[in-house]
Design a protein around this ligand. Structure first.
Ligand code: HAM
Length: 467
């Protein structure tokens, strides 16, 4: 990411002790930036976006399913703050990861605390687990969360500076069945959304086997140093595993001959990985072994995995829908007792984008069954009360009370896909009746004004004629 390209000034990720205390007046008018030149409209900040009403039904579907899936697997929801101590991510995610080194939104508060917008949810979940003594609860503790995350990444398709994650974390259990069940949960979640995806799996072993592998990898890439870009040379020094997911074609070519981590795994990690794969085979969840899958966060041990959408689209195929793995050292690293744990998260922006691309909105959109049309002041009053009756009866209903023109109201009813329109005009108000119009058949009937909801319930098959 170059700061030239990005119009916003990059927030500093440097630890608090290197920074001068911020002026106490940071929140006052003098501390605000000068007014912008020109009077053009202010745009959304680069890399951020509005989720507009037209897309909300996708998000509603995804969020409802998150809740259902989490409950059905016995996960309990946790909400942690968007702002945490910067040190949490430096210690948790890793100082030399891209996420911490380049992408953290961090700043010093007027009180001198060094804080950051969370770039992911695992470190916060672990902090909360330790802070609230969840180690003393029956283990494992299963937590899920959803919400915005922030990374000062280079904006591109499927990559935003504010994005949403859905995450599942299981703390306090080392059994490989946990890793397998997390993968099964992800599989079922995507399947329920009609997304055809594949999970790629690998094992990173223990910190020791990983360190040995790192050395072998460094030796291999050093022997090819002349072919490396400056960026990759830096990676080789700081975080050599990251070379494996470099998009550079030269690295892709070199990778084919590079050492593979499976050859460096200790016996326990190997056995653990085999068990995970056996469980997946048992349930019939298809997976792909990917010996070069390393993930971009430092806390992983043993199993790691990533979800990719199947299909022609190369761009999509390169950006994971989600990822996760085991992180047996993180709880201790963040000040708790040694506690094994594993988890994963989906990037919901990418999940929603996939549903939008592959499924016509009509299959998931909100459809109201009934539209209430009104004519005249008295009709409008009756319609307003009738609307509440429909809501109380749990029947999806919509209206256009501010419109008095009946043609305009019918157009809106059509847009909502309402099959039934209830019309209340001046005459109906005086007679104590209402008209129910069948929009598909084009027919209509007059019914008792007190029985409108009952009549509609019959038409929707919610009650039989005898009731
Ligand atoms: P991650 O792979 O960094 O893992 O992120 C998980 C998912 O978040 C990615 O697969 C992607 O779909 C989405 N994502 C990441 N960055 C962006 C972005 N800039 N724009 C849009 N979507 C993005 C983690 O965050 C780990 N905490 C996962 C985990 C949970 N591991 C164990 N437990």
């Amino acid at each position: 990411m170059s700061s030239k390209k990005a119009p916003n000034k990059k927030p500093s990720a440097r630890p608090a002790q290197n920074q001068k205390p911020a002026p106490a007046a940071a929140a006052t008018a003098e501390a605000l930036p000068p007014p912008r030149k020109g009077m053009g409209p202010i745009q959304v900040v680069r890399g951020m976006r509005d989720l507009l009403p037209a897309d909300q039904h996708y998000w509603r579907r995804v969020n409802q399913l998150s809740d259902e899936v989490a409950s059905s697997y016995g996960f309990e929801r946790i909400d942690t703050p968007l702002v945490e101590e910067t040190a949490l991510f430096v210690r948790g995610v890793g100082r030399s990861t891209d996420i911490v080194e380049k992408e953290l939104y961090s700043w010093e508060t007027p009180g001198g605390e060094n804080v950051a917008l969370r770039p992911e949810g695992t470190a916060s979940a672990v902090r909360a687990y330790v802070q609230h003594g969840m180690l003393n609860l029956p283990q494992p503790v299963k937590l899920w969360y959803t919400g915005p995350m922030f990374r000062y990444d280079r904006p591109q398709a499927g990559r935003f500076r504010q994005f949403f994650q859905l995450g599942f974390e299981v703390l306090g259990d080392a059994d490989p069945v946990i890793d397998a069940q997390l993968i099964i949960i992800g599989w079922n979640y995507l399947k329920a959304l009609g997304i055809d995806a594949t999970v790629r799996v690998n094992s990173l072993g223990t910190p020791e086997s990983r360190a040995n592998y790192k050395n072998a990898l460094v030796a291999y890439f050093r022997s090819k140093k002349t072919k490396l870009s400056e960026d990759d040379k830096r990676r080789l020094l700081k975080n050599p595993l990251r070379l494996l997911d470099s998009k550079d074609p030269a690295i892709q070519e070199m990778k084919a001959e590079a050492p593979q981590i499976v050859d460096w795994l200790d016996e326990d990690s190997k056995a653990h990985f085999m068990r995970v794969l056996e469980y997946l085979d048992e349930v019939g969840v298809p997976y792909q072994l990917d010996p070069y899958l390393v993930r971009g966060l430092d806390y992983y041990t043993k199993t790691v995995f990533e979800w990719y959408a199947n299909g022609e689209d190369q761009e999509l195929a390169q950006s994971a829908l989600g990822g996760g793995g085991r992180y047996d050292g993180l709880v201790e690293q963040l000040g708790g007792r040694p506690t094994p744990a594993a988890g994963f998260s989906f990037g919901l922006d990418r999940v929603v984008s996939r549903i939008k691309d592959t499924q016509p909105s009509s299959t998931i959109g909100y459809k109201s069954e009934v539209f209430i049309a009104q004519l005249g002041d008295m009709g409008r009053k009756k319609a307003l009360a009738l609307y509440e009756e429909f809501r109380a009866a749990n029947i999806p209903v919509c209206e256009a009370f501010s419109k008095s023109n009946i043609k305009q109201q019918m157009e809106i009813a059509n847009r909502h896909g309402s099959k039934w329109v209830v019309v209340i005009g001046q005459k109906e108000t005086l007679d104590g009746t209402a008209i129910i119009r069948d929009m598909e058949a084009g027919s209509q009937e007059i019914v008792d004004g007190k029985k409108v909801v009952h009549e509609i319930k019959k038409k929707l098959g919610r009650i039989t004629n005898g009731e």
